[in-house]
Design a protein around this ligand. Structure first.
Ligand code: RB5
Length: 147
């Protein structure tokens, strides 16, 4: 699985920790859409690039990180075909996959410790979409997108 990842300055440290985790894990490919150094940055400049990589299918899934997770959620969900989910717990990560088929995970860099982030990511990557009635609901989002 190939992951598009991006953060602003408030998510930078957590992003770098996650990249280290991916490198050690060896099963996860990633493209880092920035930022590349810890300097003030505007989250839309980086979030849109990573979200578009998911929408274009250059990457299978995405992870966006800002301070609260709110700005990156807004960015991700503006991109057609992206279903971005801000998750603070493993349970929310699981539900975002099972029920919403989230293809972008959003994390709040200023609120989530790195080990919790790793656990959230693990659950989020392995959980499958349930389909069925949830497909009907997600389909209605896609229909709205295509209007
Ligand atoms: C940056 O200070 C902060 O506003 C940003 O990371 C994010 O939390 C916005 O939603």
């Amino acid at each position: 699985m190939k992951i598009a990842i991006a953060s602003d300055h408030a998510g930078f440290e957590l992003k770098q920790n996650i990249l280290e985790y991916f490198v050690n894990d060896k099963t996860i490919e990633f493209i880092d859409y920035g930022i590349s150094e810890n300097k003030p940055a505007d989250y839309p400049d980086y979030g849109f690039k990573a979200a578009q990589a998911v929408a274009n299918q250059d990457c299978d899934r995405g992870i966006l990180i800002c301070g609260s997770g709110l700005g990156m959620s807004m960015v991700g969900n503006r991109v057609k075909g992206v279903r971005a989910a801000l998750c603070h717990t493993e349970k929310l990560a699981e539900l975002s996959r099972r029920h919403n088929n989230a293809n972008v995970l959003v994390l709040a860099g200023r609120f989530i410790a790195k080990y919790l982030a790793y656990d959230i990511i693990k659950v989020w990557l392995k959980t499958e979409f349930e389909g069925g009635r949830h497909q009907r609901r997600v389909g209605k989002i896609e229909k709205f997108d295509n209007k």
